[in-house]
Design a protein around this ligand. Structure first.
Ligand code: ZN
Length: 172
């Protein structure tokens, strides 16, 4: 397994729409394994393929808390089949927007259909952090970042900080 470089905002690659996966093969499994290792190393609770520069509808998530055993989930071509009307606010971050956080409202509970690491159809019901996390990662497939859900003013402040951080990294 290998650690992959994570693309950070602002970067036009994060705005690219991801394509559905046609076959779950060994190349895709290698990508997903590398993504999982990259996510744990960061550390984070979710990562979409576009964040490592691959425009495919693939994500890995693990929302187990520190006291639990790891619970990695690989989701290929996930589709939300059902979503609760009630929303839940959660303070989100993103490995592509390091050290930036904001509260975002999302569906409290969702039912997701997807293919697993072996390409087998699966369905899962998620609530709480896992529900938020899957919706956040699915946004990446559409080129949407969590800051697109907050006020223009807050978004501008966060993007300004990210640009500054990138400049500092580039120069020094
Ligand atoms: Zn993200």
């Amino acid at each position: 397994m290998a650690l992959l470089p994570i693309i950070t905002a602002p970067d036009p690659r994060l705005r690219v729409k991801s394509e559905p996966v046609e076959t779950v093969d060994d190349d895709l499994r290698t990508l997903m394994d590398d993504m999982l290792q990259t996510m744990y190393d960061a550390p984070g609770v979710g990562l979409s393929a576009i964040q490592v520069g691959v425009a495919k509808r693939v994500m890995v998530v693990d929302c187990a808390d520190d006291r639990e055993d790891p619970q990695p989930i690989y989701l290929v071509n996930p589709v939300i089949r059902e979503a609760s009307d009630d929303l839940r606010a959660y303070e989100e971050g993103c490995l592509s927007l390091p050290e930036q956080y904001a509260e975002v409202d999302r569906h409290d509970r969702i039912t997701v259909d997807y293919l697993d690491r072996d390409g087998a159809p699966q369905s899962l019901e998620a609530d709480g952090l896992l529900s938020t996390c899957i919706q956040h990662e699915m946004d990446h497939f559409e080129g949407i970042l969590f800051v697109d859900h907050i006020s223009a003013l807050k978004r501008a402040m966060i993007m300004k900080r990210l640009k500054k951080a990138k400049k500092l990294k580039a120069t020094g």
